[in-house]
Design a protein around this ligand. Structure first.
Ligand SMILES: Cc1ncc(COP(=O)(O)O)c(C=O)c1O
Ligand SMILES: N[C@@H](CCOP(=O)(O)O)C(=O)O
Length: 463
């Protein structure tokens, strides 16, 4: 398997090089040259596999430059840190299935990929020698999961930008109370979009990137998306075992990484196994407008009770666009340059095609809080606000004849304020979060400027 750029400007790469490159050097995103597919006989074989074995089977379709035994070891160690033996269990509540993705060390779905990615970086560096400086942007969850994946690792420093005061207090503490000397938290005075565009601008300075050997932990890194494909297939197989041949998924969406993994899973499985991907947004609804009307136009970022989805520029959208544009890198490049200049893309010509993959719903604040409250009352199950956005969309858009699986992307205790508003009391804090507020924390606050951040990385980065 080789990897190419959505903008067509690089030579095909092997998987390990793709992981280390992160953002393609032509400014695009990396994708497999062809998306693999499997048939129902393969599904019969996969049907009863534990999560780790299924992960090995799926990852092997995309990776041919890591020996099987090494890949097995990387996977085994990644998921040993999860609190649930099934890694991502599925439970049924009322009319929907819930795919719980929050049993990793930082209690959000990001752990599924970032525990693996931390091990992959270490594995590649052990073979190639040298060092790396990871540079990432977070609206709250990627940051702590990435830090947990690489804290204390040799030859790796990590710099994480988060929007100052715009994550939940617990999300901020999960990052800033990690005091390992290789961890640097930067709160930028701006939004997540500002932080993400600074990170991309720094990656696009190729001299700087090469000098500091920058690595990416955001879902611009293909390994992030790949690891997330596994839980869609795992959940699908669980429902197949119960007799459902065709399933929908509802995905709370911000940066389009998780739902793009769903698209890869949909393509991987035989036609119809994954019928529809329900794209659920909060008030930051650019992606919902894209699905319903082909209107991909940026608005002002609005602060909501699901802060990790307070995003207007969804970096992974470019990967889906590549397929919409018939795998034409030049067309994608022109689109993305147009969007960067005007903040708009008219994709209304594609709405019929998009409807074959996605349906969408933007969920308001009131609906989010009401959904947490109602689900708790009716099913005794506490949703976090991001998951509630997905559940509300699923309840509104589901087809009664087809099961729908809602991705539970974070633990409710990370968002105490929203949960308290919904149910009238604080969610109980799991052990991992219990004493965060009493710990020492470390973070610098910087202006949202490329040069300021570069200067900080240059001063503190490995060289
Ligand atoms: C809890 C939670 N839910 C949903 C999302 C949205 O996922 P994505 O950005 O991959 O669309 C995020 C952020 O990524 C998140 O942290
Ligand atoms: N919601 C994310 C935003 C970054 O997304 P990523 O999947 O590209 O890392 C977060 O929690 O930081």
């Amino acid at each position: 398997m080789r990897y190419i750029s959505t903008r067509g400007g690089i030579e095909p790469l092997q998987f390990q090089d793709a992981v280390m490159m992160g953002l393609a050097r032509d400014g695009g995103l990396l994708l497999p040259q062809t998306l693999p597919t499997v048939d129902t006989e393969v599904l019969d074989r996969w049907q009863h596999l534990p999560y780790q074995y299924l992960a090995r089977e799926i990852l092997s379709l995309f990776i041919d430059d890591i020996p099987q035994a090494d890949l097995e070891d990387l996977i085994e160690r990644a998921y040993a840190s999860f609190a649930h033996p099934q890694v991502t269990p599925v439970t049924k509540r009322g009319d929907v299935y819930i795919l719980e993705l929050f049993h990793g060390p930082t209690l959000a779905f990001k752990d599924v990929a970032l525990q693996l990615l931390g091990n992959l970086f270490e594995y590649v560096l052990a073979r190639t020698g040298g060092f790396m400086n990871i540079l990432g942007a977070t609206s709250g969850d990627t940051g702590s999961a990435a830090i947990a994946g690489v804290r204390g690792k040799n030859k790796i420093n990590i710099f994480i930008l988060h929007p100052h005061g715009r994550t939940s207090p617990i999300q901020a503490l999960q990052m800033t109370t990690v005091l390992d000397p290789n961890v640097f938290n930067i709160a930028v005075r701006g939004t997540f979009d500002d932080a993400q565009s600074i990170v991309k601008a720094i990656f696009n300075d190729l001299d700087f990137r090469d000098r500091y050997r920058l690595g990416a932990v955001n879902s611009i890194n293909w390994a992030r998306v790949l690891a997330q494909v596994v839980y869609y297939v795992y959940a699908y197989l669980k429902l197949r075992k119960l007799g459902s041949g065709s399933v929908d998924f509802s995905v709370p969406t911000g940066n389009f990484g998780d739902i793009f993994a769903g698209y890869v899973a949909k393509t991987l499985l035989p036609a119809g196994c994954i019928h529809t991907l329900i794209l659920a947004t909060n008030a930051n609804d650019i992606l919902a407008r894209f699905v319903s009307q082909g209107d991909y136009s940026r608005g002002q970022v609005q602060a909501t009770s699901s802060p990790s989805m307070d995003i207007q520029i969804a970096s992974n959208f470019e990967r889906y666009l590549y397929y919409l544009r018939g795998e034409d890198g030049a067309a994608v490049k022109a689109d993305m340059e147009g969007f960067a200049a005007t903040g708009k893309l008219d994709l209304s010509a594609f709405t019929a095609r998009v409807a074959q993959d996605f349906r969408s719903r933007a969920v308001s604040e009131e609906e989010t809080i009401a959904t947490i409250g109602a689900f708790h009352r009716e099913h005794g199950y506490l949703l976090d606000p991001h998951t509630a956005v997905g559940v509300k969309a699923a309840l509104d858009l589901r087809e009664p004849s087809r099961p729908v699986v809602c991705l539970a992307t974070a633990h409710p205790a990370k968002f105490g304020e929203a949960v308290t508003r919904a149910i009238g009391s604080e969610p109980p804090l799991p052990l991992a979060l219990a004493d965060l507020a009493n710990r020492e924390s470390r973070c610098v606050v910087l202006d949202a400027e490329v040069e300021t951040v570069k200067e900080f990385v240059a001063r503190n980065g490995l060289q």
